[in-house]
Design a protein around this ligand. Structure first.
Ligand SMILES: [Zn+2]
Length: 396
């Protein structure tokens, strides 16, 4: 299939499609009934979908040891292509002991069959090294490291096929796959598309960043992550509602596409910024917004580490252009949203609230300052947070 004129090539050149449909799927379902069953972790559920729909092109399965080692040590696949995050299928000792290389297995989420895989390799994870290199820490206070240390120490590598999409997939109407977004961008006549990754509501600062970027491209792909996140992040359904509210009133409909990014959050900071950019290239985006402390958590990464890591790659081999943004905020003296790069004033003039302050205000039923968040968004967030804060049921 030829690509539309002007569209950006997927990472590695080919958009991967490992979703079985029709008669092939029926046949695979029948065969899978006799395969040994392997439980997917929550992250592997996300990863299987991302691989299958081509968001992780050129990956066609969970990584073998050669790719795993290269990604950890060199931020590249074994074929030399940039790739910064291991995409692996962890299993515990007991499951690993029952499996041989070359065997076909069924991949399950609970009792729900999602896919099949041919086990090409079974190998041991090097968790300490993975944590140190990928997350830059071995402290299990880091949510990504904690998850890594919790999971089984064996990894299964091999090609996958998805037979059923994730059960209870949220926001089906926004779950555009890379092949679809590429078609949608082409249909809109957009040649240059900027993607915005987020796991937060859109406050004025984010709106400023998105619109500044949109000034120099044709379309904005607002692509919030809805895979597994930390428990204290704002729930995805509330965020989606807040995105809809702000898009309806403040964005030009013909220049924005809202879609959800079903990936699980790693909180791997700089490495995840590259990973997020490559995935958005697969969705057909040409530009990617990287804010301060992108995909960071706590104080594990320097404010601009996620910008600097792009210098470690040749721009051509990444193939998507990062747009770097500084710390942004409303400045009373400037009379608008500005950034640390463009405002000469001092902190006393800036309207800034921490994530904790935002949460506390909303839980008290207080609107956020209009300079910080548009009232339409405040309202949705407040209602969402209050609705989820029903008093706990008694245990008995
Ligand atoms: Zn100022």
């Amino acid at each position: 299939m030829s690509r539309a004129v002007g569209s950006i090539a997927p990472h590695g050149g080919q958009l991967v499609n490992r979703v079985l449909r029709g008669a092939l799927r029926e046949a695979a379902l029948e065969r899978a009934a006799s395969f040994p069953q392997v439980q997917l972790t929550a992250m592997a559920v996300s990863d299987l979908e991302m691989i299958a729909v081509g968001a992780f092109s050129p990956l066609t399965g969970f990584m073998n040891k050669d790719d795993y080692d290269n990604v950890i040590d060199n931020m590249r696949l074994s074929n030399g292509l940039p790739w910064t995050i291991p995409v692996t299928l962890p299993v515990d000792d007991e499951v690993a002991a029952g499996l041989d290389e070359g065997q076909e297995i069924a991949l399950l989420d609970g009792d729900y069959l999602m896919g099949v895989m041919t086990v090409a390799e079974k190998y041991l994870a090097d968790k300490e090294r993975e944590a140190r290199e990928v997350y830059r820490t071995t402290e299990d206070a880091h949510p990504g490291v904690a998850r890594l240390f919790r999971q089984g120490k064996w990894l299964l590598g091999g090609e996958v096929f998805m037979l059923n999409g994730p059960k209870n997939a949220e926001f089906p109407e926004l779950r555009h796959e890379p092949a679809q977004t590429r078609r949608m961008f082409a249909a809109q006549g957009w040649r240059r598309i900027v993607a915005f990754q987020t796991r937060n509501p859109i406050h004025r600062a984010h709106e400023y960043i998105q619109k500044t970027a949109l000034e120099i491209v044709d379309g904005l792909f607002l692509h919030p992550l809805v895979g597994e996140t930390k428990a204290d992040d704002i729930p995805a359904d509330v965020r989606i509602e807040s995105y809809r509210a702000i898009l309806r009133d403040y964005y030009p409909a013909e220049r924005v596409l809202l879609g959800v990014f079903p990936a699980a959050m790693r909180y791997a900071g700089p490495r995840e910024a590259i990973f997020h950019a490559i995935a958005r290239k697969n969705y057909g985006c040409t530009h990617f917004i990287v804010g301060r402390d992108h995909a960071g958590v706590g104080n594990y990464y320097g404010t601009y580490d996620a910008h600097h890591i792009f210098d470690e790659f040749d721009p051509d081999e990444l193939g998507i252009t990062p747009l770097f943004f500084d710390y942004t905020f409303f400045c009373k003296k400037c009379g608008g949203v500005v950034s640390a790069k463009t405002c000469p004033h001092s902190k006393e003039d800036w309207v800034f609230l921490s994530g904790t302050q935002v949460r506390e205000m909303l839980e008290r039923g207080e609107m956020l300052p209009e300079e910080f968040t548009r009232p339409e968004v405040s309202r949705v967030l407040m209602e969402g947070i209050l609705a989820k804060r029903q008093p706990p049921q008694s245990e008995s």
